[in-house]
Design a protein around this ligand. Structure first.
Ligand code: NDP
Length: 315
């Protein structure tokens, strides 16, 4: 049978390119989990994803209620779940003030981390039941959260501190819109959320890999300087960022190439190792990359897991 894969945020950029790469193999039913149904439908058509190989389901990660509804509808569809790709993200680098999710969490971490955390916890059982030869759970990470890299050292740097803002509810009260309890900074909130994504992957691996056989992995697909992620940035940045990445840092990768990389992590038999953060070198060969000290801090991963459970109502 075909594998069933859910990809969040598949209405543009990396998610869309990955959906296309997987659907074109004819081996996958791709479920595009998107907040804007019409946009997703248009996007899928415009890049020519074969219509027999995909469907669209509504998911707004900035509402835990929507995440729960999505998980319920998926369960009711009776399909086994063979792969889950947590890809959606928002990035608000120019925001001066925090904005909030339906439940009142700061929007970047609320969407990128807490929404995905609840989604993956709710769908874990569905993946456990799958009889597919390999089962994979992928969370898209980023170099920007890794302070052991050049890109990760561009200020403001990711730093979760002692998680006091998160423990305080990640809301508008008492300086807790940022995980570390510091002053609000939109670019930092995004980087922090990516550190959460990478820590969450490792905690899943630790808790569930042996018992379930599921492969848990994260990746940095390269700098896809052309995606909608930078839509909130100032115009000059959007003009200069792609050539800068192409010719100066040489980290630039096209949406199509990045989509192939993520599709590889979902379906290539040779990338089955669990607990790994994948990256690619300039010849597009994959390798197991090192995470920064914070993004591989086991104690922080455990603490993040426990606080997140409380915030999303699982504990
Ligand atoms: P895009 O902005 O093109 O795609 C982000 C996707 O997330 C869109 O489909 C968007 O939906 C969706 N999304 C945003 N908010 C929500 C929400 N509340 N509920 C559901 N979906 C939502 O960016 P990219 O393709 O670049 O980003 C994809 C992933 O790649 C992210 O995890 C990002 O961190 C990561 N990444 C990107 C890099 C880059 O250089 N671009 C580098 C490293 C990692 P909509 O279409 O409706 O806006």
């Amino acid at each position: 049978r075909k594998g069933n894969v859910i990809i969040t945020g598949a209405s543009s950029g990396l998610g869309l390119a990955t959906a296309k790469a997987l659907a074109e193999t004819g081996k996958w039913n791709v479920i595009l989990a998107c907040r804007n149904f019409l946009k997703a439908e248009r996007a899928a058509k415009s890049v020519g994803i074969p219509k027999e190989n995909y469907s669209i389901m509504h998911l707004d990660l900035s509402s835990l209620e929507s995440v729960r509804q999505f998980a319920d509808s998926f369960k009711r569809s009776g399909k086994p779940l063979d792969a889950l790709v947590c890809n959606a993200a928002i990035y608000l680098p120019t925001a001066k003030e925090p904005t909030f999710t339906a439940e009142g969490f700061e929007l970047s971490v609320g969407t990128n981390h807490l929404g995905h955390f609840l989604l993956s916890r709710l769908l874990l059982d569905d993946m456990k039941k799958s009889d597919y030869p390999y089962k994979r759970f992928i969370i898209v990470g980023s170099i920007t959260g890794n302070t052991n890299t050049l890109a990760g050292n561009v200020p403001p740097k990711a730093n979760l501190g002692d998680l006091r803002g998160l423990a305080g509810g990640l809301n508008a009260l008492n300086n807790s819109a940022m995980i570390d309890g510091g002053e609000f900074d939109g670019a930092k909130a995004y980087k922090d959320s990516k550190v959460c994504n990478m820590l969450t992957m490792q905690e899943f691996h630790k808790r569930f890999h042996e018992e379930t056989g599921i492969t848990f992995a994260s990746l940095y697909p390269g700098c896809i300087a052309t995606t909608g992620l930078f839509r909130e940035h100032i115009p000059l940045f959007r003009l200069l960022f792609p050539p800068f990445q192409k010719y100066i840092t040489k980290g630039y990768v096209s949406e199509e190439e990045a989509g192939k990389r993520l599709a590889q992590v979902v379906s290539d038999p040779s990338l089955s190792k669990s607990g790994v953060y994948w990256s690619w070198n300039t010849n597009s060969a994959s390798f197991e990359n090192q995470l920064s000290e914070e993004a591989s801090d086991a104690e922080k991963a455990r603490k993040l897991w426990e606080i997140s459970e409380k915030l999303v109502g699982l504990a």
